[in-house]
Structure formats: C-alpha cells, structure tokens
Design a protein around this ligand. Structure first.
Ligand SMILES: Cc1cc2nc3c(=O)[nH]c(=O)nc-3n(C[C@H](O)[C@H](O)[C@H](O)COP(=O)(O)OP(=O)(O)OC[C@H]3O[C@@H](n4cnc5c(N)ncnc54)[C@H](O)[C@@H]3O)c2cc1C
Length: 378
C-alpha cells in the first residue's frame, strides 16, 4: 500500500472535482446524452486518467486501491464520467503491459483526454462468450486486413483509436485471437448510430464495422494469438473499477435520500422521524459499506500480486446488485418525486442497472466464483 496521505489526497482531488464540476452537470448530460468533452479534458489535466499507469508513461503511478477510490468519487458525481476513467484505465494498463515503444506514444494524448479510445470485444454472436468472436484479421505481406463488426462499444460514435479483438487463426478458437490498434478514421471503418440507453446516457455507445481495414504489422498489441489472454489479464482490475463505480452510484443515492428524508414533512413531522424509513436508510448504509469492503479487498489482492479472480468477481457482482437494490430504495424514500425525471435518484436507479451487465454479466461473475470455489475449495 502507498502512504495513507496519498489516498487522502487523490480522494480529495476526485471528490472536489466530482462535487464542483461533475454532479451539477449530471442531470443535463443525462437528459441531452452529451459527450462531456470539456469535463474529460479537465480530468486529463488533473491527472484523473491513468491512475495505475506509471509516471514514466504519463500516468499517476498509483495502485488499484487508489484507482478504486477515484472511481467511487467520480461516480458519486456521475457514473458516465467515471466510466470514461475506467475505460482509459483499462487501455492504459494494456498499453503499459504490452505496448511497443511506438504504441506507447499514444498514451499521453489518451491520458490527456485528447485521443478517444474504444475497447472492441463484443459482437452480435459473441457477448458473454467471447471465444465466439468472428471479426477476422488476415495476414498479408504488409500487415493485416480486418473484416467484421462490433456491437455496443463504449465511445464508438466518437472514438479515434480502437483496441480490436479479432481472430488471426479461426481454427484455434480463443487461442487464435489477437488485439490490434486500429485508427478509427481509416478507410473501411464505419460507425453505427449512437444507441439511446436506459442510463449512463452521456457515455456514447454504438457499433463499429470493419470492411477490409488495412493495418500495419506494428498494429498488433502483444504476441499474435494471445489476444484473448491479454484481454482477460486486465479484467480483474476492470471489475474492481465497475464495482467501485456501483458503490459511488449507491452512495450518491444514500446522500440524496437522507437529505430528502430530513426535509420532507408528512403527518406534521419529517419523514425521517419514522423508524420504517430509518431502517431503510440503515440498510442502504450497511450494504454500501459491505460492497466497499469487498472492493477494497479485491484491490489490495491485486496490488499485492495475490490471486484476485474470485475477489474481483465477488466485488463486481455484489456491488452492482447492491447498487440496483439500494438506488431503488432511494427512489422509495423520495416517493412519487423519485419517479420523476430531473430528480437525481431517478437517474441513479437507471445508471445502476448496466453495472450488472457490462464487464461480464453477474451470471458470468457467479460462474467464475463457483469455478474458483470448486477448484480451490471453500
Ligand atoms: C452500455 C453498454 C456498454 C458496453 N460497452 C462495451 C465496450 O466498451 N466494449 C465491449 O466489447 N462490449 C461492451 N458492451 C457489451 C457488454 O459487455 C455485453 O452486453 C455483455 O458482456 C453481455 O453480452 P450480451 O449482451 O451479448 O448478453 P448474452 O451473452 O447474450 O447474455 C444474455 C443473458 O444470458 C446470460 N448468460 C449468458 N451465458 C450464460 C451462462 N453461461 N450462464 C448463465 N447465464 C448466462 C447473461 O448473464 C445474460 O443475462 C457494452 C454493453 C452495454 C449495454
């Protein structure tokens, strides 16, 4: 672990930014589905992208524990903003671990929020089962030609640089996959329309199609045929990030619900005076604390190079289920107001739902936890 003061400082930086800049803008961003370019630029300048990326590569040089803190604090402001931080973290980790010196030259602009990235795995027939990826990269004398299509890719409508999982040896299944850095402005790349989502609506999501896209040999990230392994190798950190994002959403819900319960009067007294409501709030606080503890445990295991597969799946699964349940309770505290657009808790409930689905659905997380249990015992 780093010095406690460092964690306090990074929390303070992320919290102040979320309170002053992010949270006040969140409901408008949600309503208009706007990509918050200026907010991301400011985050880049503050050093809130690339928390675990070494300082030598332009990152903050901190650890997963610090990354989890930043994700929770940003998400408390608005999950869509934290989500971009998570995506950049994942790409930054991939580049730091596997990038060639030439590929690493992309990092400064990515961390500054200037180059927009997309992590392109999912396809129509390859969602939970990524071993079924059909996008193909055929080797030529000069490099590779990529054909295929990706779905629901974060940043797809606005991204400059794609990290694309494609098959370089279809007969070898997931052992024949590779990751390519693809210029998304290159000939042969086309984008589907922006999807209109239930929540986290400032995050732009859409399809990317590759029709005979020529990339040089140097576009290959890491060894050929190791793409699936490379992708899996960053998932634990990714899941801790999503778990923390879910905790941030629920924390914002609790804060809003507590303030409203103090303020709102029925039967001649604040609704907070009713024990029934106090217990609802107590359960919210209790479950948020439990989820946060699971996040911290998974982050510490990763930072100490200990096995963290089960711990990160537990954190992601528990925290996201908790966020959906507890933002529903926050809506309940608001009564009818909680169901009306413009009230923060209505948005938080919608923002929470996707955390049970992306970065591996919660059914897949339970499958991972069960496999680890069967393999390693209780
Ligand atoms: C807003 C958003 C952003 C996204 N961002 C990205 C991105 O940036 N990059 C990217 O590559 N992808 C992204 N995705 C895709 C996301 O990762 C997938 O949607 C997710 O992995 C689930 O795949 P699927 O939708 O095909 O569902 P499916 O795999 O079809 O699953 C459908 C249901 O079946 C269940 N199921 C499937 N297999 C099993 C099993 N073996 N056991 C038990 N239950 C099972 C699932 O849990 C789910 O409930 C995004 C999706 C959304 C909606």
């Amino acid at each position: 672990m780093l010095d406690a003061e460092i964690y306090d400082q990074i929390r303070e930086t992320a919290r102040r930014f979320a309170e002053e800049i992010v949270r006040p803008a969140a409901n408008d961003l949600d309503r208009d589905e706007t990509f918050p370019t200026e907010i991301y630029r400011q985050m880049g300048a503050l050093g809130l992208f690339g928390i675990t990326v070494p300082e030598a590569h332009g990152g903050a040089g901190l650890d997963t524990y610090a990354y989890a803190i930043v994700m929770e604090e940003l998400s408390r402001g608005y999950a869509s903003v934290a989500d971009q931080c998570g995506l950049v973290e994942l790409i930054g980790t991939l580049l730091t671990r596997y990038g060639t010196p030439e590929q690493l030259k992309h990092l400064p602009d990515i961390l500054a929020g200037k180059t927009r990235v997309a992590y392109c795995l999912t396809e129509a027939e390859a969602g939970s089962d990524l071993s079924n990826v059909r996008t193909i990269a055929r080797e030529t004398d000069e490099g590779y030609v990529i054909d295929g299509g990706k779905l629901w890719i974060h940043n797809a409508p606005v991204a400059d640089l794609g990290f694309v999982l494609a098959s370089t040896d279809p007969a070898a299944g997931h052992r024949g996959m590779s990751i390519f850095l693809v210029d998304l402005h290159a000939p042969g790349v086309s984008r589907g329309p922006k999807e209109h989502k239930m929540g986290q609506r400032a995050s732009q999501v859409g399809a990317l199609n590759f029709d005979g896209v020529v990339v040089p040999r140097e576009a290959l990230l890491g060894p050929k045929g190791r793409g699936f392994h490379i992708m899996m190798s960053v998932l634990e950190k990714g899941r801790v990030g999503i778990a923390s994002l879910a905790v941030g959403i629920a924390q914002a819900g609790l804060e809003a619900a507590l303030a409203y319960a103090r303020d709102r009067r029925q039967f001649g007294k604040p609704i907070l005076d009713n024990q029934g409501l106090q217990w609802l709030l107590a359960d919210m606080a209790k479950d948020i604390a439990a989820a946060r503890a699971l996040v911290e445990r998974a982050a510490l295991l990763i930072d100490h190079d200990k096995p963290a597969t089960s711990a990160s799946s537990m954190a992601k699964c528990f925290a996201s289920d908790m966020a959906v349940a507890q933002t529903a309770n926050a809506v309940q505290v608001f009564g009818g107001s909680g169901y009306i657009r413009g009230f923060e808790v209505e948005r938080l409930y919608r923002d929470a739902k996707i955390t049970q689905i992306y970065e591996g659905t919660n059914q897949i997380q339970r499958t991972i936890i069960a496999k680890e249990l069967i393999r390693n015992g209780a």
